[in-house]
Design a protein around this ligand. Structure first.
Ligand SMILES: *Cc1c(COP(=O)(O)O)cnc(C)c1O
Length: 221
C-alpha cells in the first residue's frame, strides 16, 4: 500500500518537484517499505527519533529535519542530515555552521517563514528573513548554505486563504532567488503537505513534505 501511495503521489507532482516522505511516528519497517519502493528522501521532526532510526536504516537515505530544531541539539544530526528545513534564527544558523565545520561538512538549510494565521506555528516574518539574508556575518558561515524557504499554511478548509499564504512565501522566495551568491543559493521552496500540496504546487513549490497520504494517518498524541 505504501508503494502504491508513493507512486500515486509521484504521478501527481511535476518531475522537478521533490517528494519528502514524512516518517515521524512511523516504524523502521514502514520506512523500509517506502525505501524498497524507491523513496530516498525522508523527513523527521524529532531529533531523538531521527537518530534512532538513522542508525538502523540505509546510509543512502537523505534525512530531512523538518521540525523545530533547538540549538543544543544540532550536534546530534550534523554528521548526516541532508537538509534542515526549519531554521528560524541567526543563532541557530551559527550553531549549525559550527557543528557542520566539526564534521567537515557543508549543511544545506531552509529558513522557515511564518505564513499561517495560527500563532502556534514557528517561523520568521519577511523582515526577519531580510535581516538574516543581509547580515554582514552571513558570508562568514562557510559551512552552511541557505537553499531557500519552508512554510506551512494555515490548517483550514478556506482554500483561498491557503493559496494566499503559499503565494506570499512564493513571492519572497522569488525575490531571494535574485540575490543568490556565496552561501546563499536559493532554489528550494518547501511547501505543501498531504492536505494542501496541490495548492502549494500552484504557487511554485519545489519540494513537498507528505506523511499521512503515504503512511496513513498518525496516531493522535
Ligand atoms: C507532519 C509534518 C508534515 C506532514 O504532514 P501530513 O499532513 O501527514 O502530510 C509536513 N511538514 C511538517 C513540518 C510536519 O511537521
Amino acid at each position: 500500500m505504501i508503494k502504491e501511495n508513493i507512486s500515486n503521489i509521484a504521478s501527481s507532482i511535476p518531475s522537478h518537484v521533490q517528494l519528502v516522505a514524512v516518517s515521524k511516528t512511523k516504524s523502521v519497517k514502514q520506512i523500509t517499505e517506502a525505501y524498497e519502493a524507491g523513496q530516498r528522501d525522508f523527513g523527521e521532526n524529532y531529533v531523538q527519533e531521527l537518530i534512532e532510526k538513522q542508525v538502523k536504516l540505509s546510509t543512502d537515505i537523505r534525512w530531512h529535519f523538518i521540525g523545530h530544531l533547538q540549538s543544543n541539539k544540532a550536534k546530534y544530526i550534523a554528521p548526516f542530515v541532508h537538509l534542515i528545513h526549519g531554521v528560524d534564527s541567526f543563532k541557530l544558523l551559527k550553531e549549525i555552521n559550527k557543528q557542520a565545520e566539526k564534521n567537515n561538512r557543508v549543511i544545506d538549510c531552509l529558513l522557515q517563514m511564518h505564513i499561517a494565521k495560527e500563532e502556534t506555528k514557528f517561523g520568521l516574518d519577511e523582515a526577519e528573513i531580510a535581516e538574516i539574508i543581509n547580515s554582514a556575518e552571513l558570508n562568514q558561515l562557510t559551512h552552511i548554505r541557505i537553499r531557500g524557504l519552508m512554510g506551512m499554511a494555515s490548517n483550514t478548509a478556506d482554500t483561498s486563504l491557503i493559496e494566499n499564504e503559499f503565494g506570499q512565501i512564493q513571492a519572497v522566495f522569488n525575490s531571494l532567488k535574485a540575490k543568490s551568491a556565496g552561501n546563499l543559493q536559493i532554489d528550494i521552496l518547501s511547501t505543501g503537505m498531504s492536505s494542501d500540496y496541490h495548492y502549494a504546487l500552484k504557487h511554485g513549490s519545489t519540494m513537498v513534505r507528505i506523511g499521512s497520504l503515504i503512511f496513513g494517518e498518525r496516531e493522535k498524541i
